[in-house]
Design a protein around this ligand. Structure first.
Ligand code: NDP
Length: 281
């Protein structure tokens, strides 16, 4: 039976640490602030934005959520970002993705001042990660690493396989695993014989966006399996891993819900807190 990488428990412990650090900072007169911009009314995005607001409340952050209509123009969005860039109460700005199709996501992200880019999606922060310099690390990849390390999963010298090559999960998590001295393979939809790769993985990260995509025969016995997927099936949230089948084979496994998603929010709060700590220096 696999050891559960329990995002809920790890998040509760991390939030307590963040709460104490927030209190210490507030005692010095600095309140961390996060502003989330939501354009349109995508139902999943609304849930994420609400959860982020709640986490801010729990830690006592200043929080400002700006909801813009679907038909918002690029200029209007960028004017708002400029305003938040200049707002001294706001340490972190997050543009909830995906944006409606008519908007230029990359340009919007570039508009955020890199030190306020708490999602770590700005090219400067992505470039810093890629070149081994200090910067803001994207929340989901950072949360995955945190979870693996806290769960005692050995990384150095191990074979890590990541399924998915997106800018927000696959690529940055591959770099983080490389930094931990894993030998990393990055797989995607054109990978020939995916299972031949995944079966060699000591650490397997699934960030595909397909329900129960990773089956037991794709997993090396004893591997650490991280499920990043959030898929809605018949009104239920399920991951990219067939949990019931894989759990008896794996050495460690993260559930969905209650896994990576919980860590992602914690890391967002930590990135915001760290931006505020830097401001206070
Ligand atoms: P993307 O859709 O951007 O990327 C999916 C990746 O999976 C692509 O690289 C794609 O390959 C690859 N892929 C698709 N089909 C296959 C296949 N049959 N075989 C191998 N690879 C395949 O998704 P994201 O990275 O944004 O998100 C992935 C999942 O993680 C989603 O379910 C998302 O909801 C979830 N997520 C969860 C978060 C959390 O906090 N828990 C945060 C962010 C995302 P190709 O590049 O060739 O198209």
């Amino acid at each position: 039976m696999a050891i559960l990488m329990d995002g809920k428990a790890l998040a509760a412990e991390k939030m307590e640490e963040l709460r104490q650090r927030t209190e210490a900072l507030k005692a010095r007169g600095v309140t961390p602030g996060l502003s989330v911009i939501l354009v349109g009314d995508d139902p999943a995005s609304q849930v994420y934005v609400r959860n982020k607001g709640r986490a801010c409340e729990e830690l006592g952050f200043y929080s400002r959520t700006v909801r813009l209509p679907e038909e918002t123009t690029q200029a209007e969005l960028e004017t708002l970002i400029d305003e938040l860039n200049a707002d001294g109460r706001v340490d972190g700005i997050l543009v909830q993705l995906p944006l409606p199709r008519h908007l230029d996501e990359a340009a919007a992200l570039r508009r955020i001042r890199p030190e306020k880019d708490v999602d770590g999606f700005h090219v400067e922060n992505a470039g810093r990660l890629f070149t081994g310099q200090d910067g803001v690390v994207a929340c989901t990849p950072k949360g995955i690493l945190y979870m693996l390390k806290k769960s005692g999963v050995p990384l150095s010298g191990k074979d890590a396989v990541v399924i998915g090559r997106s800018n927000i999960v696959g690529k940055p998590v591959a770099v983080l695993l490389l930094n931990e001295n894993c030998t990393v393979t990055l797989c995607h939809s054109r990978t020939a014989d995916l299972a031949a790769h995944t079966r060699r993985a000591d650490v397997l990260v699934a960030a595909v966006g397909r329900p129960r995509f990773v089956t037991a025969d794709m997993v090396k016995p004893g591997a650490a399996v991280v499920d990043v997927g959030i898929n809605r099936v018949d009104g239920k949230v399920v991951g990219d891993v067939d949990f019931a089948a894989v759990e008896p084979v794996a050495g460690w496994i993260s559930p969905v819900p209650g896994g990576v998603g919980k860590m992602t929010i914690c890391m967002l709060m930590e990135n915001t807190l760290e931006a505020a700590e830097k401001r206070s220096r």
